[in-house]
Structure formats: C-alpha cells, structure tokens
Design a binder for this molecule. Structure first.
Ligand code: SF4
Length: 369
C-alpha cells in the first residue's frame, strides 16, 4: 500500500507554496496535484497551471464537476410539476418590551439551533417570525415551463450548469459552489485512490489569517478510512508565501499584479467592492459573461430572475432589471454608494496594482530562473 499526496492546486499563491513544499519534502513520484475547474476562471489561471507544469516538471490532473444527471432530473420535474405554493416575506416577532419572541413547536417547546460562540457550541433559541402580506405564487407558470425546458440543457460549464440546476447563483449564505465544484470532485477523486488501496494525504493551502472561518484551521486531521488532511502553511502569512515561492524560482499568478487579492473564480461571489471595480475595469469580458449567465439562469428559474451578486439596496423582486451591471455601478462609487468616484475613473490600469505590494518583486525578484 503506497501513500499518495494529493495537492489541491487553485492557481493561487497558497496552493502553489503548498505544492512546492510537497515536492521539497517528498519529491514528485508520489504527488498527485489536482485542479478543480469551476468553469468560472480567468484564462490566466489556466495559463498559470501550464506554466507550473512546465516549470516544475509535473502533471496537474484537471477535475470538472458534471451536472448532466441533475439537469435531466430537473427537466423531468418541471415538465411534471403541478404544485401550487405561496412564498411570503417574513418579519421577526418581538414582545411589548422589545425582547425577541422564541419560536415553539406544536407542544410548546422552544425550538433551538446549534451555534458557535467564542469557540463553544451552544443551543440558541430560534426567533419567531410572522408572514407579511399575501405572498406570491411560486409554482411554475406554463410560459415559464416552456422557456425553461427550451434552455435548461447542460452547457458543459460546471459553474453555469450548477446554477441552472439550482435555478440561482450561490451567495455568501448559500455558498454551494465551493462544495459542488471544488470539494466534492476532490473528495471523490481521493476516495477513488483510497478504494484502490492507497493511503491518501490531502494537502490544502489554507492559512489561518485569511479569514475568520479559517482562524482555527488545524494543521493535521485524520478523516478516517485511510484519508488524512495536511495544511502545512496554516501559520504562514501571505508575504511568507510569496517569499517562499520566489525562493523556489516560481513567479506568482499575474492576476495578483492586476489588483486581484485572491485567485479563484472571476468574479467570486465573495469579491469585495475594490475587486469588483478592478474586474470591471480590467476584464469587462467577464462582466459581460456573467450578465449573459444571469439572463440564462433567470430564464430557467422559477422566479424568472437571477443575479450573480445582488447590488446593495436591490430587492430580489427588482433583480430582473439590476444584474451584475448594477453591482459594478455601485463598485465604482465612493463610500456610501451614492457618488461616482471621479478620481478612480481617471485611474490608469496598465500598471501593477497588486494588493500585496508585489510591483518590485514582480519585475525584479520573481522572474523564473
Ligand atoms: S466561493 Fe468563490 S471561488 Fe469558491 S467556488 Fe464559489 S465563486 Fe468560486
């Protein structure tokens, strides 16, 4: 039984450093670098993978999620759907003293949910809600069914097919893209290696200072059944990562030099205001692509509307006329979101605007040997 070190490569700096560490410690023979292609990537990511393969003398296995079966099942469901249902706006209920009223089950017991507070898991009461207004019918109209059945067909693009299947785009609260497009294909691949008799160590380029969600990330975890997780750079900073890659003669993905704080989907649903502005200014073709996706996903959804990132102040009902372009308009405003930033409009985007201060390194230190 051999040990396979599976390295998840994203085209970003952290996974590049993780891959380099794995090569340094174990050589290339038992390494299996993988890349989960979301289909919502910038061409620079695909080019960077090719660059890494030739610079390091490795092969990166490309994995793409497939939703053909789910889309076929949804087509059948739409064609058969006879349900009528109403969807209501809701509001939280407070008592006369302004205290939240807890939700109760049929026996009068308070309903609770598990939440984490200061690292401790506790049971928190769920607050009661009430319906507002008369609601609206959310069953498929015959016209909607006809439109959806005409267009709801697999495109071969994982991100777009996932959204067409779900009838919506992922969001910060419902981040199903990571699970469906990255985690599941990677785990399936690793489990196939385990089933073939290998012990698998899954190397992940995660750092604790990246986000609140990752602040408690463990360095090593035993999943069970011959599968382990290793996160060798959990304690590193972004600067250490760039410096380590440079010391190994590997240059960063050029997207870091063009205002991108992270390399992943273009755009990511978690992109901040500054990143959205950079994307719109530098890569308008991606904004146009997302707009075309919004029209398609909206057409095959029951609501007949879908937005990639809802613009602040736009309700779901208004979303049909306010897609990605409304978000970009907002991203071009100054604080408060009301006034256009005239100085920013004059920005020259031909140079480097790395969020990591890579300008000098990019031109002098990080050239590939
Ligand atoms: S969270 Fe962002 S980068 Fe990750 S899959 Fe979703 S859109 Fe892509």
């Amino acid at each position: 039984m051999s040990i396979k070190h599976v390295i998840s490569v994203s085209g970003g700096k952290d996974s590049a450093a993780t891959l380099l560490l794995a090569i340094e410690r174990f050589g290339k023979a038992n390494l299996v670098p993988i890349f989960c292609d979301t289909g919502n990537e910038h061409q620079a990511v695909y080019d960077y993978l090719v660059y890494m393969e030739s610079a390091l003398g490795i092969t990166i296995t490309r994995l793409r999620a497939n939703f053909d079966a789910e889309i076929a099942a949804k087509r059948k469901f739409i064609a058969c759907d006879k349900r009528t249902r109403r969807e209501y706006e809701t509001a939280l209920v407070f008592d006369v003293n302004g205290e939240p009223v807890p939700k109760r089950d049929g026996r009068g017991n308070i309903i609770t949910r598990k939440v984490k507070r200061d690292g401790q898991e506790i049971d928190e009461p769920v607050q009661k809600t009430r319906k507002i207004g008369g609601g609206r019918r959310v069953r498929w109209s015959n016209k909607g069914k006809r439109r959806a059945l005409e267009l709801l067909l697999p495109t071969g693009n994982p991100f777009l097919d996932l959204c067409m299947w779900k009838g919506r785009f992922p969001s910060r609260k419902a981040q199903f893209c990571t699970e469906e497009l990255k985690r599941n294909p990677a785990v399936e691949f690793q489990m196939a290696l385990v089933d073939a008799g290998h012990t698998v160590v899954s190397w992940q380029g995660i750092r604790r200072d990246e986000s609140q969600n990752r602040r408690n990330a463990k360095k090593f975890e035993t999943v069970g059944g011959g599968l382990y997780i290793f996160r060798p750079i959990v304690e590193w900073t972004a600067l250490q990562v760039f410096e380590y890659c440079a010391s190994q003669g590997v240059k960063p993905n050029p997207l870091y030099l063009q205002g991108m704080g992270r390399v992943g989907c273009m755009p990511c649903i978690n992109a901040n205001k500054a990143e959205l502005k950079q994307i719109a200014d530098r890569f308008p073709e991606h904004v146009e692509r997302i707009h075309a996706w919004e029209l398609l996903v909206g057409t095959v959804s029951k609501r007949q509307a879908a937005t990639f990132i809802p613009a602040p102040g736009i309700t779901p009902a208004q979303a049909v006329d306010h897609g990605i372009y409304a978000v970009i308009d907002w991203a071009r405003t100054t604080r408060g979101g009301k006034q256009r930033d005239l100085l920013a409009i004059l920005d020259d985007h031909s140079g480097c605007s790395s969020s990591y201060g890579l300008c000098d390194q990019a031109s002098h230190e990080l050239e590939v040997a």
